[in-house]
Design a protein around this ligand. Structure first.
Ligand code: R5P
Length: 292
């Protein structure tokens, strides 16, 4: 067991000194391969340096949850508004038209459902990721979970090896087990573990002190939306994360469980890419949903 007594929390995050992006517009990519940079450029808007990823991988854990009953009806019509689609191979193949030209972030680990405790997730074959022409691969790391931390870190490292071989960026998804603290200390640690293990993108959760989480993570950080919130609150979450230096969102329920998912996508994009305030985003949401 590591000695936890002498771990001092970091307190010098250099918040006023941005990471060097002089040779590529996204942080942490200076030494990445041409292929990784090219794929990252498909996911992250060149002008804003940010992304609005639409996450609909929830079904592999929770089945046909609200808003994801029919991916072909619920998600496919939103694809045009997303910067990137994040889902599992079965739903992508069956329910997203192959004519889709939006980049895909493939959820690459599987093996857990909500019917059991978090268990020993495994990775799908890279052959499938390559055959689906994906722009990124994602896998979860259960940092702090005594039973599964090691296997998810091992999975993740293997995925990064594969990603580096084929120049496919890998996104680390920080899990939140029920016993894990949900503060900047925990998310900062979990995000950093993803980056230390070779992630090109880290997905985590917004929390107070998020600027330190972002500053200590040398690659772009995107936030998950979490449980459905009222639209204005969800837009505040996006806004606050962006103000703290996040590179965008990988959002699911707060879009596809909204009463007006398309309007919500457009409002989130306005906040993430164009600097709209939550109130401005909410106005846009109301205007578009009232027109529909
Ligand atoms: C979590 O493991 C999944 O990757 C979800 O895609 C992620 O949590 C984002 O979805 P939501 O915004 O609904 O939290």
């Amino acid at each position: 067991m590591a000695d936890l007594d002498d771990i001092r929390d970091g307190d010098n995050f250099g918040l006023n000194t941005p990471a060097d992006t002089s040779s590529f517009y996204l942080k942490g990519m200076n030494s990445a391969s041409w292929g990784i940079k090219n794929r990252m450029s498909r996911i992250f808007n060149r002008k804003s340096g940010r992304t609005v990823m639409l996450a609909f991988d929830h079904g592999f854990l929770m089945g046909p949850t609200s808003g994801l009953e029919r991916i072909d009806l619920n998600i496919a019509p939103l694809a045009e508004e997303a910067d990137c689609l994040m889902g599992c191979r079965g739903m992508l193949r069956t329910s997203i038209p192959a004519e889709n030209t939006k980049p895909i972030c493939l959820r690459t680990d599987t093996g857990t459902t909500i019917l059991t405790e978090m268990n020993h997730n495994v990775l799908i074959s890279e052959i499938d990721a390559i055959s689906m022409n994906v722009s990124a691969m994602a896998a979860m790391l259960a940092i702090g979970d005594a039973d599964t931390e090691a296997i998810t870190v091992a999975n993740f490292s293997r995925l990064v090896d594969i990603g580096n071989k084929y120049s496919i960026p890998v996104m680390g998804v920080t899990a939140v087990g029920k016993d894990m603290a949900r503060d900047s200390r925990y998310f900062g640690l979990a995000s950093r573990v993803c980056a230390e293990n070779g992630a090109s993108i880290v997905k985590t959760y917004y929390t107070e002190g998020f600027e330190n989480v972002v500053a200590a993570c040398p690659v772009p950080v995107v936030i998950a939306g979490g449980k459905k919130l009222p639209e204005l609150e969800a837009l505040e979450l996006c806004y606050n994360a962006i103000q703290c230096g996040a590179s965008g969102v990988d959002m699911g329920r707060n879009v596809f469980q909204s009463e007006a998912p398309l309007a919500m996508m457009k409002a989130v994009k306005e906040v993430v890419h164009n600097g709209a305030t939550p109130a401005e985003g909410f106005d846009l949401f109301n205007t578009i949903s009232n027109e529909a």
